[in-house]
Design a protein around this ligand. Structure first.
Ligand code: SF4
Ligand code: SF4
Length: 518
C-alpha cells in the first residue's frame, strides 16, 4: 500500500484555538479532599464494587471488578480510606447520578503490591499481554471508552494487518494528545508496539494532524525509522480523528457500513490508550489518571493537567487559574462533539479529555431554526457520506425504519452538517434523539420478547402439569377399575365355590364344574 494520504469525503477546516493550552507541559494536579470514582466509565456493564466504607485502599488497588467481558475494572486513584459507595452526579448531559466509590486520600500515595510490571514484555504471549490490559481497566481514551482488551481481541477469522494509532486530535481546543505525544513519545510508541504484538499486526501507522509539528517530530524521532512503524502527517480537516476517517486517510480502506475496522483487518487505538497500555504492562500501573485539557476564554490559565480519576471538575479548573468573569458555559470535550454540564461538582473519568470553559463570546448563539431549504450543504460536508437532510426529515417524522434505511447508525455525530446548515437546524439533536428512540424500542422489543418467551414457558408448564395430572388420574381410575374387576372375579369364584360345595353337600353334580374353576 502506498504511503500517500487518501482524503475522506466532506469535513471542515475549523479554527483550532489549540495554542491556548499548549504553552506549558502537563503538570500534576494535587489530590483533592475526596475522589469520587464512578463505577461506569466505559461502554458496557458497570463495574461491581469490591470495597466497603471504612476500608483502607492503596493506590492502584482494585475497587470494582469488571462485570462481564465488555466491562472494565476500576482502581483506587490514590491511597486512602473508602468513605462511601453511593450514587453521585457524574459527567452526563442530563446531570444524572450513578454509583461511585468515594475515597478520602491519605496523601501517602502508596502503591498496591499488585502493581508490578515488566520491561521484558516481548517474552510474554499476546494472551498474557491482553490479560494485563484488561486487569488494568484500560478503556479508549479518545472519548468513546470502549474496553481496550475487547478491541484488542478481534476474534478468530479476523486477521489484523494494521494497527492505526490515532494522534489526529482534530477537535478544536483539545490538546491533551498533542501534549502527551510531545512529552512521552516513547511511551506512546512502546504501547503501540505492545498492541501490535497482541494483535499480530504487520505494521503500525500513526496519524497526526499537520498542525502538531512538535508531536510529529517527537514521534518520528522516537520511531527511529523502523520499517514497520510509520508516523504520518494528515491534513488539518475535522473530523480526521474519527476512526473511519483516519483509517481511510492512512490506508485508503473503507470500513463497511455498520461494520467494524477489524472487518477490513485494521484496529484503531488512541495515543492516550497506547501510553496507558505501556504503563500497565511495563510499570504495572492501572488506569488511575489521565491528561485533561482545561481551556477556553472562561478559564484564567488554560493548560493541560495530569488528573487522578475521580477529581472534581471544580478542583481541576481551580488549578488552571479558576474561572474568569467571562465564563459562560462548561463543556466536557470539545465544541463539536462535547456536551455542556450544569455543575462542576462532577468527577473526571477515564474518558474526560477536555474541560472547555467557554467565554460568552465563544458560546454559540441560540439557534433560530427555519425550514430546510434543500440546499444540500449538509451532504457536502458529511464525512460519512450520508444525506443529513433525509435523516432529519425521517427522524423528525419519527419514521425510525426509514431513518435506518438512510444509515443513521453510520452518523458519528461530528456536527459538520449542523454547522453549515443555513436554516440553523439542530440536526445532530434529531439524530441523537432518533438513535435513543431506536435503542429504547429495541430494548422494549427485547423485553417484550423475553416476556413472550417467559409467558410461553409458563403456559407450557401449566399444560404439562395438567397433562401429568390427567395421566395420574387416568392411571388411578384404571387401577380402581382393575381392582374392582379383580374383586368381582374373586367374588364370582367364591360364589361358584360356594355353589359347588352346596351341590356336593346335597350329593348332586354341578354341570360344567371342573378344571375351568380350578
Ligand atoms: S443544510 Fe440545512 S437547509 Fe440545507 S439541505 Fe441540509 S438540512 Fe436542509
Ligand atoms: S453529524 Fe452525522 S450526518 Fe451530520 S455530518 Fe456528521 S456524520 Fe454526517
Amino acid at each position: 500500500m502506498s504511503a500517500r494520504i487518501h482524503p475522506f469525503h466532506g469535513g471542515l477546516v475549523l479554527d483550532g484555538r489549540k495554542a491556548l493550552s499548549t504553552r506549558t507541559p502537563p503538570a500534576p494536579v494535587p489530590l483533592p479532599e475526596r475522589l469520587v470514582v464512578p463505577l461506569h466509565q466505559h461502554i458496557g456493564a458497570a463495574a461491581e464494587p469490591v470495597v466497603e466504607p471504612g476500608q483502607r485502599v492503596l493506590k492502584g488497588e482494585p475497587i470494582a471488578r469488571a462485570a462481564g467481558y465488555v466491562s472494565a475494572a476500576v482502581h483506587a486513584p490514590a491511597s486512602g480510606t473508602v468513605v462511601a459507595v453511593e450514587a453521585h452526579p457524574v459527567p452526563h448531559p442530563s446531570g444524572l447520578s450513578a454509583p461511585c466509590v468515594v475515597i478520602e486520600p491519605d496523601g501517602e500515595e502508596r502503591w498496591h503490591e499488585g502493581c508490578r510490571g515488566t520491561a521484558d514484555w516481548q517474552a510474554l504471549a499476546p494472551e498474557a499481554l491482553r490479560a494485563r490490559v484488561r486487569a488494568a481497566g484500560i478503556v479508549g481514551m479518545g472519548g468513546a471508552g470502549f474496553p481496550t482488551h475487547v478491541k484488542l481481541n478481534p476474534g478468530p477469522g479476523r486477521a489484523i494487518h494494521t494497527l492505526v494509532v490515532n494522534g489526529a486530535e482534530c477537535e478544536p481546543y483539545i490538546t491533551c494528545d498533542d501534549m502527551l505525544m510531545r512529552t512521552r513519545p516513547q511511551a506512546v510508541l512502546e504501547g503501540a508496539r505492545i498492541m501490535q504484538r497482541i494483535l499480530g499486526a504487520r505494521r503500525v501507522l500513526v496519524g497526526i494532524e499537520e498542525d502538531k509539528p512538535e508531536a510529529l517530530a517527537a514521534l518520528r524521532e522516537a520511531a527511529g525509522g523502523a520499517p514497520d512503524l510509520e508516523v504520518r502527517a494528515v491534513p488539518v480537516r475535522y473530523p480526521s480523528g474519527g476512526e473511519r476517517q483516519l483509517i481511510h486517510l492512512l490506508t485508503g480502506l473503507e470500513v463497511p457500513s455498520e461494520g467494524l475496522p477489524a472487518d477490513i483487518g485494521v484496529v484503531c487505538q488512541n495515543v492516550g490508550t497506547a501510553a496507558a497500555v505501556r504503563d500497565a504492562v511495563v510499570e504495572g500501573k492501572p488506569l488511575v489518571s489521565r491528561i485533561v485539557t482545561v481551556t477556553g476564554g472562561g478559564v484564567a490559565g488554560p493548560r493541560n493537567l495530569e488528573v487522578p480519576v475521580g477529581t472534581p471538575f471544580s478542583h481541576v479548573i481551580a488549578h488552571a487559574g479558576g474561572y474568569t468573569d467571562e465564563a459562560a458555559r462548561l463543556i466536557v470535550g470539545g465544541p463539536m462533539m462535547g456536551f455542556a454540564v450544569r455543575s462542576d461538582a462532577v468527577p473526571v473519568t477515564k474518558t474526560v479529555n477536555c474541560l472547555l470553559v467557554a467565554a460568552r463570546e465563544e458560546v454559540e448563539p441560540a439557534r433560530d431554526p427555519r425550514p430546510c431549504v434543500r440546499c444540500g450543504a449538509c451532504a457536502e460536508v458529511c464525512p460519512a457520506r450520508l444525506l443529513p437532510q433525509q435523516l432529519y426529515w425521517y427522524a423528525r417524522a419519527k419514521d425510525f425504519d426509514r431513518v435506518q434505511d438512510y444509515k443513521l447508525f453510520d452518523c458519528i455525530e461530528c456536527g459538520c452538517c449542523a454547522l453549515v446548515c443555513p436554516s440553523q437546524l439542530p440536526l445532530v439533536d434529531y439524530y441523537r434523539y432518533a438513535k435513543s428512540e431506536i435503542w429504547a424500542l429495541e430494548r422494549e422489543r427485547e423485553r417484550a420478547e423475553r416476556a413472550r418467551r417467559r409467558h410461553e414457558a409458563h403456559v407450557a408448564r401449566l399444560e404439562r402439569e395438567r397433562a401429568e395430572r390427567e395421566a395420574r388420574s387416568r392411571a388411578r381410575r384404571r387401577r380402581a377399575t382393575d381392582r374392582e374387576a379383580r374383586q368381582a372375579a374373586v367374588a364370582e369364584a367364591l360364589e361358584r365355590a360356594r355353589a359347588r360345595r352346596t351341590v356336593q353337600a346335597e350329593g348332586g353334580h354341578a354341570e360344567g364344574d371342573g378344571a375351568e374353576d380350578a
